[in-house]
Design a protein around this ligand. Structure first.
Ligand SMILES: [Zn+2]
Ligand SMILES: [Zn+2]
Length: 365
């Protein structure tokens, strides 16, 4: 190893990692491998800690990008001295930094699945953070006239214009925009992805306890949500309740059943006997839904309670499986048996409201 002393200068940590006995240089900045980087560990740690301010996390990892040539110089020296299986400078640095950050923040290191991944680019002197997304479950109710999803601006169709304040979206409140406006700032997340457990019409009301949804908040600074909130729109209130964090991204979305109140119009007169027959025949019945270009889906209708409502009108309460479109179940378009079919009448669904949604269990990996 005398030869190493003659050929290379190494700082103490870089020398010890190779199994040499101590510093092979009086000036760490002259270290052949790190050029003094190992003396800057505390300074780098401070840079990371500054960047972590305002982030909520229980576990973290530290990844590194080394200045160009550093790992190559160590590899070269090791090849020359036939040194194998020793800790690399990168591993040593990330271990040293992880330990220091853990001590300063009282947070745990989790290399596999951290809530916050820290990437220190030591070449560019930059710290980048990537927070694991949070998955939130909740339920919403809404009044008629408020849409479930954000819709593109009618003037620019999503391109951004003065009408929509260059957002590309309709400025009118939707369930989606309301939840995003509330949870976005709370979570410190700019990007949210919604998954709806079914959908309804603009004119449908969703009654308590509401329709379930899931939202993925990307790169969140905070990882806590309130239990719920209420938001006023020009049309009435949107209520969000039962908010909770899910342990991870669900493997599969649960199935659901729902109860709806449907206002139906008929071109012919429906007498009470027809409505009794409808209740009898549409109890616990499997219907076929033929989707264009897809295999038919088989869904269940659990029950129909119907009564006459004015001239040619029917008011029905139907309980059915999610994924079976209410309007088609009424008018018979691609669905059989349908309410039109059973009543032998030409029916149209004027409006449907969501009275109750029962959702199955979410499954996680
Ligand atoms: Zn060194
Ligand atoms: Zn626009």
């Amino acid at each position: 190893m005398i030869e190493a002393i003659q050929r290379y200068e190494l700082c103490e940590p870089c020398s010890l990692r190779q199994g040499f006995r101590g510093a092979l240089s009086t000036d760490p900045r002259r270290c052949f491998i790190c050029r003094g980087l190992t003396t800057r560990v505390d300074e780098i740690r401070s840079g990371i800690l500054r960047r972590l301010r305002g982030y909520e996390f229980r576990t973290f990892s530290v990844g590194l990008s080394l200045p160009e040539g550093m790992q190559e110089r160590e590899d070269q020296l090791r090849a020359e001295y036939k040194l194998k299986g020793r800790e690399t400078i990168k591993a040593w640095l990330s271990k040293s930094l992880s330990e220091r950050v853990a001590r300063a923040t009282h947070r745990r290191v989790d290399k596999m699945n951290p809530e916050l991944a820290v990437l220190a680019d030591l070449g560019a002197s930059e710290v980048r953070l990537n927070a694991r997304p949070v998955f939130i479950y909740g339920r919403y109710t809404k009044p008629a006239g408020v849409s479930q999803r954000k819709t593109f601006c009618a003037s620019c169709r999503g391109g951004g214009c003065a009408v929509c304040g260059y957002s590309g979206y309709e400025t009118k409140a939707s369930v989606e925009s309301t939840i995003q406006k509330k949870l976005g700032p709370l979570l410190g997340s700019k990007k949210m992805k919604f998954t709806w457990i079914g959908t309804e019409d603009l004119e449908s009301t969703v009654e308590p306890s509401g329709r379930p949804f899931m939202v993925e908040a990307k790169n969140p600074r905070k990882r806590r949500v309130p239990r719920g909130f209420v938001s006023r729109t020009g049309m009435g209130q949107i209520r969000v309740s039962s908010l909770k964090l899910l342990p991870s991204r669900p493997l599969k979305l649960p199935g659901f059943k729902f109860k709806t109140r449907v206002a139906i119009e008929s071109t012919s007169t429906i007498n009470p006997e027809d409505l009794r027959r409808l209740s009898r025949l549409m109890r616990n019945v499997v219907v076929e839904f033929r989707r264009p270009g897809e295999k038919p889906a088989y869904k269940r209708v659990y029950g129909v309670k119907a009564k006459a409502a004015g001239r040619g009108g029917i008011l029905a309460e139907i309980k059915l499986d999610g994924g079976l479109p209410v309007k088609r179940l009424v008018n018979g378009d691609s669905v059989s048996p349908s309410i039109s079919e059973v009543l032998k009448a030409d029916l149209k669904c004027r409006k449907f409201d969501i009275l109750k949604v029962e959702v199955g269990k979410f499954q996680f990996g």
